[in-house]
Design a binder for this molecule. Sequence first.
Ligand code: ZN
Length: 323
Amino acid sequence: MNLLGIDLGGTKTSVCIGDENGTIRAARRIPTLASEGPESGLRRTAGLARALLDETGLDPARVDAVGISAPGPVSVREGLMLRPPNMPGWVDVPLVRWAQDSFGRPVFMNNDANACALAEYRYGSCRGTPNLVYLTMSTGLGAGIVLDGNLVQGATDLAGEVGHHVLDIRGPPCPCGQRGCLEIYCGGKNVADRLRARIVKDNARSAILGEAGGDPAAIDFRAFLAAVKKDDALALEFWEEYLERLAQGVGTVIMFFNPQVILMGTIAIHAGEFLLAPLRERVRRYAWAPSVAACRILPSALEGRIGDLSALAVAADGLPPRV
Ligand SMILES: [Zn+2]
């Protein structure tokens, strides 16, 4: 099969040509330039896809399907990207209609967490595991859930929004409007924002600031993690909270879905066992022992390729299997 994959992100957009087995034949990426709005972003994306088809000598008519992975929330049924929090102005964007008009081929789309779960199910280190959860661990925190071999979509395509599961109703306000969401404690952007606010407010001397080159605006999760490893007091205070809240969230996922494996993205890949070993220990306090024993918690092994593979997986999953 010839599949065209489009991985639309808040920062970068990647286009690839590949097949249903996850072989990527060619891929290119461009900055999304989200602030310039959807019309310009999608026109550049379509241009990139056409150039890639040209380069590889693939006649667009021979593309079996187009797969799109887009920041959530999305409406799969209506083919819309609804209102991604980090892409202001991209509201109710008709991605499926745009791709149909641009390429004249069948188009399938899903949100990025669901698309990543499909990529793990089809191509990952635990491929074929029927009960699998993928947790995005980057700017935000979301889950794609495969149960009994099927992606869980939900009534309005919002299944898996675990980042906005409320852990403490009296917790810090979350940009989503609730308080004490998992993502306000464990989303990479929120952790950096909360650390920055605390350091500025208290004029705190912390190694986090040093790791960010002395510029509060440059504080990110990487600077936080580096300061934790140096036993910085403020970093350790936040790390304790981060681990405990993440364990609470992951424990909930384990109790709700009884997965065989939870695969974790960006932050977990970067931090490795430094994060995963204490997380596995703490999860025991939030889920039954048999459920914890049945579930492996692992970093994704697809990092770097998961964006392209997730778009291919959405396309492959949309088409009826060939016999
Ligand atoms: Zn929230």
